[in-house]
Structures are given as C-alpha cells and as structure tokens.
Design a protein around this ligand. Sequence first.
Ligand SMILES: *Cc1c(COP(=O)(O)O)cnc(C)c1O
Length: 853
Amino acid sequence: MATNSKKQKSTASGKTAASKDASWPNSPCPSPETTSPFDATSTGKFKQAIFRHLTYTLARDLHSAQPHDWWIATSLAVREHILSRMISTQAVHNRDNVRRLYYFSLEYLMGRLTESNLYNTGLYDAAREAIKDPDIPVDFETILNEESDMGLGNGGLGRLAACFLDSLATLDLPAIGYGIYYEFGLFRQAFVNGSQVEHPDSWMMGGTPWGIARPENKVTIQIKGRVENVFDDRGNYRPRWVNTDAIIGIPHDIPVAGYDTNTVNFLRLWSSQSASEFDLAAFNSGGYVEAVREKAVTETISKVLYPNDKTENGKELRLIQQYFFVACSLRDIMRRHFRNPENSWDNFPSKIAIQLNDTHPAVAIAELMRILLDEEEMQWEKAWGIVTKVFAYTNHTLLPEALEKWSVGLFDRVLPRHLQIIYAINDRLLRLVEARWPGDDGKKRDCSLIEENGGKSVRMANLSVVASHAVNGVAALHTALLKKQLFPQYDELFPGRFQNKTNGITPRRWLLDCNPRLSKLITSTLGTDHWACDLDLLRGLETHADKSEFQKAFMEVKRDNKNELAAIIKADCQIEVSPDALFDVQIKRLHEYKRQHLNLLHILALYRRILQNPNLDIVPRVFVFGAKAAPGYDLAKNIIRAINVIGAHINADTRIGGKIKVAFLPNYRVSLAEKIIPAADLSEQISTAGKEASGTGNMKLALNGALTIGTLDGANVEIKEEVGDENIFIFGMNVDEVEALRAKGYNPWNYYNADEELRAIIDWIGSDYFTPGEHGAFAPLHNSLLNGGDPFMVLADFRAYSDAHEKVDALYRDKAKWARAAILNTARVGKFSSDRTIREYAKDIWSLPAIKT
Ligand SMILES: *Cc1c(COP(=O)(O)O)cnc(C)c1O
C-alpha cells in the first residue's frame, strides 16, 4: 500500500549555516506527532472520511455525486485533520498569551487550497490512493481541478501575502492574517477578437470548504457622521463622533497549515452586513424595496476586489473597504488581548505586532489612535507610543501613480474624526521638522502628511512611515531607492527606520506542489526531501550540474512539463506548439513599466527577419504570455490586443515554417502559473530599471530552472548575484543610465530614426497591416512609443534586448551548456525562499519567537 506520507522523516539535518539564534524560528520540518482524533493518515481512513462527508455533510447519493461534490468531500476529509490541529495550536497560543504577528492586507492571492493543504499535512499520497477506489468515479486530477482559485488579489502583492502565510505557519510563528472576504475576486479574463473581456469571478458559488464563518465573533464598526467638539468639565477636548452609519463585520477563517508541522494559523477575512435589517418606517409605509436597499448598499463593501494593480483612483467605496477591514480587525485583536485578565494597554505592544502590507491598511494607524484617545481617554504621548511600537510598514512601489492619496474632502465625509487625528499627527510632525530644520519650508512640504496641490490630500505613505517603527522595501535596490529618492527627508529624520527585506516565495507551492517531476528528481539526487523547508540545500545540486546523466534527467523533466503545457495551450488557445521549441515566458500583470510591448517588438523583429530570410537559422520559439489588464487601463488593453492579433497573424503564416509561435493564455492566475512555470525555459523580467520593486515571478521561474532575460531591476539584481553572471542574460540600461538619459532629455524618435529595423516594426504596428479594414487599431500603443514620449524607454532598450536574445539563442543550441545553466539556476536561488524572508521579518521587525505546538 502506498500510504506512506510523501515525506520520509528526514535524515540529514541539513543545516547549512550555524547562524541561527535559538530563540528565532529555525526548525523547519520537525516531525509532527499526529494526535488528531480524526486521524486520516491512512488511505483507508481517508477514504472513509470522504464517503462520510459526501453522505452526512453534503447529503449526496454516491451514484449522483458530481465531481464538485467529490472535491468538497475530499477537502472536508483533509480539513477535519487541519481543524483539530488548528484548535490545539490556538489553544496553546491563547494559554501561553504569546506574542502574535497580525498581517494586514487588502489582498490575498491564495490560489487553490486543497492540493497545497494535502501536501502540507502529508496526506497527499493517502488522498491520491483513496480516490483510486472504484466507488469514486472521478480521478484525482479531475477532483483537484474542480476548485476555483481563491483569487482575492491582483498580483505580486497579494501573492506575497499568501506565501508569507505559508512560511509563518511552517516556521511555527504565531500569526493571523486579516483581510476582506470578497464575494468576487479578481475578474475572469476572456478574449474576444483578441480583446480582453472581464467576467465576474464568483469563486464562492457552490460553496467553499475552506472558509469557516464565525458569526459569534462579529464586530460592529461606524463610518461617516460628524464630529461634535465637546469639552469635559476639566476642559479636556472630548470629541464625539455622532450620526454614524453602523456596519457589521462577520469573520470567515481560512486555516493555514504549516508544512510538516502541527502549527495551523488562520487567515481571518471579513464580510460586511447591514446593521439594520430593515428600515422599519419605509417598510411600514409599503416601501419594501426601499427598506432592503440600504442593506444591499452596506453589503456591497465586501462584494468585490478592486481590479487595479498599482493605481489608485480615490473611490469612496475603496476607502470604506480599507477602513471596514482594519476597524474590524483592531476590534478583534483587542477582544483577544483583553480577554486575558493579565493583559492591559501597557503590555499591548509587547503582545501585538501589526504589519501593513502597503498603505492599503494604513488607516488602521488613525483608528488605533482614535480608540486610545477617544474611547480609552489616553494622553496623546502614551497613545502615540503604543501605535508606533505596534505598526510596521512595507512599501511596495516607488511609482508616483501608485502612492495612495485621499482627497481631504472625501476623507472628511467617510472618516471625519480620523481626519482630525491625522491633522494632529501632522502638527506634531511639522514641529519636529521645524526643530530639525528651522525655517526650511521645503522640508516641511516634503514631510507633511497633507499634500497641497490645488486641492488637499492625505498622503498615506507618509502617514505609514511616520507612525511605524520599521519601514521596509522588498529588494535591496528598491530599499536603496526608497531611501534615496522617495523618502530622503524621513531617512534623515528617522535614522535606522528603513530596512530591506527581499521578497521570497514558498518553495512548497512553487516547486514541491507545482513541479512533482523536478521535486522527485531533486529528492532522489540529494537523498532528502528536506530542501522543501531548507531551500539552501538545493546548492547540493551544483555538483551534478556538469554530469550529463543529471543534465539529461533534468531536461527530460522540463520536456515532460513542456508537453503538459503544450496540451493546455492547445486546449485554451487552439495553437499547436512543439516541446522542442524554446518556451519564452512572460507572465505578470499587464503594465507599461513591465514592458510586454518590448517583448512584442522583439517578436515582430524576429518575424520580419524570417520573412526577409526564410532560411534564417533560429531556435524555434514559443512566446507564452499571461497577463490581466486593469479594466480601465486602455493602453494595457491595447497591448493585449496587439499581442493577440499580431500573434494570431504570425501563428497562421505558413511562410515562417512554425519557427515562432505566440500563445497568450487567457485568465492568468495562480493555478495557471503553476502549470506554466515548470515548463518555462526563459523568464522575461524586462521592466525599466528602477520601476519593479522586487518581482516574485522572477524567483518562481528561476527556481524551476528557467534562465532569466532581464534588466538590473528589483530582485533581478540579487538573482544575478546568486546564479552568477554566466547563467543569466542581463541587458539594457541600469537605474543610473535611465536617470542620466531622462535628465539629458529622452526622445524616442532618436532611436526610431537611427535603427532601420526598429523603425520598420514600429511603422508596422502603426499601419493597418495586422487589422485589415480596421484603421488605427494599435494607435494607443504606437502613440505611446513615439509621440507619447515612450515613458518607459522601450525604444532605448530595444537593441540591447534583441542582442541579449541572440545570446539566448546561441546558448540554447548547446544542450549541455543550457542544461548546466538551468540546473545552476535551480541550485542557487535558495535565498528566495519566503522562509528566509519571514525569518528576517521575525527577527529584525517583529521580535517574534517561534512556538512549537
Ligand atoms: C507570482 C505571481 C505574480 C507576480 O508576478 P511578477 O512577475 O513578480 O509581477 C502575479 N500573479 C500571479 C498569479 C502570480 O502567481
């Protein structure tokens, strides 16, 4: 019977560096003692649990059960195992009154949960065997494919939060994630005539086994209204926030099981409910619909995720979403803290750390101040002392359009008392600035929480820096630019507050789960599966990189994965691709700064070269794209259409003998990334230097043996340091060169005029050649590259990019050299495990000890 858990208890202890302090989390892969009364580790018991849930939880007849029912029953079978561990983990955390980390994020891009929970609990093999039972008419893969992604995020920021939750639990760190239980996640993308069309993502339809409602922990919060300026009999200002609207938040808990450990944390997501069932007056006068209307409006708060990645458009509902979830979460944290009689406000900061994932939850700063000042009647200095000890802030971007600002008018309407508090924080801040730089109005303008540019607005990033004891960037380069370009004034005013925490990815989902073939090869080569929680062990593959047998095995895995992806491309795009071709992959949100259009220019250049010389000897390539554009981002949508339409033209052109193919897979999401990444040969990370804060797609692809073609941007810089210059294709301008060119005055026409090939392909885009009968189809793209000034300097980097691709082509012809470089990518990117990232946060920012349960 193949019931043995996937993980043989590890032999090698596998500690590479002895650098780990005993009080910090340093013990991945402990041996779990399974004491669950619902122990389902064996195939037989797991099978029983599936049937039990099908019958007694879902009330389904065995013979009429649908694949979706089998998925829910399977999930419930593993869930009962996880829940008993969750109850015991939380019991220990509560009993011992442990310090906890609270991660505040408006986004969690979790993907599917059943498979990763099976892996993390060691029940994967038991479940797979159980489902082979002849009484179960669907196969394992079909069952797992029934699950909709939990897509409650836009891209990298939300996915980072999900990777962090996995590492926190795996490292036995007491932590709770807080966010919103969106009824609709990020839209589902379809293409119609090459254009993106958005459909609602009703991921909850049919029920989800992973969200557990906790109505007993509901919270009521207030918004809007006005402030009455009242003074008490001792003359103290005691403002009263009155005439507010009440909103109820209902928590839904998603258990988060650590890998190969008993620790189960949870993610607590809030859904909104109207506080008033009915407007009774309206109901009594016969206005049933009007009576229900207000209820419907309140319940829109948790209805849908805003689909904008890195742009904010100042919508009232978005601010209400932000306030709703942080206000509910702070109440919940206080309830947990004060139910222990030993606790008080005095030890609040020693028990509670709150991490702000970007500025989206930054209004929590003002809310905690309001609670302390107005409800607890605390003195300002004491309240501020608590707030600044509790909060830390992660900055995710330097792009000016992505820095959140709220107009004072809107803020005043939604949160009038919070606006007063922000002004009061600002008064004290500006006094500090005056003391430090007397008479320097420029410094005051830079530091102020309020921007005065015609209208006034609240700068949420400034508020976050001022109120946090630690502020971090997400890659070394990003942090350096954060200090030097965005916040030099604060770096001077608060020395030591800024620090770097280079992002990471969980090796469980992004290698162990998504690439079983490579995982198996690695485990058999290293003689341990311990690498899944000590990713530096992959360095042990270096000594095999030159062995032709290992190279062959490694590239066979890649080829099998490419065949699997080829089947998906056939099914989703109706395009035939060969696994002999080089799979050249760019998968990420569609953004000008990420420069999918630079990739397109290169495709057009290759196409033109082949047309000019049909015998041109190039390595066949499949260009794979995955990208969603924000629904209101017209240029991004135009780029999608251009790639689709030009791609279809190229795919259909028999003159080029199938040397290049373009496949734009619709609806890029976590579960699709898990199929594309194991099959990638080349990873496109080609943002304009200085614009990508870190990137994490770059890490996932390198870990799975793709070589990077990229600029010196974000974490690419650190990937290059790890894998070595000869195993990565770096091209184009660096940050200093971008700045120098900008300072000199960048003019894309100079590059257009000087480069015959570049001129021809841009003219092609501007012509109607690819859209006969439709004039100016790609005018937005064409215009952005020339008359629009090419803000992301695509033309300036084009020639270097094209040259780098020729080096890719040359290396790919040498099978042994390519295999060696691919192996060394996998072997050398252990640094980018989110376990390493989380250990650094736990030590340097949260002072958070691990707790074995
Ligand atoms: C990792 C990931 C991202 C982030 O990709 P970048 O290339 O770093 O922008 C976005 N979306 C999904 C679905 C991901 O898995």
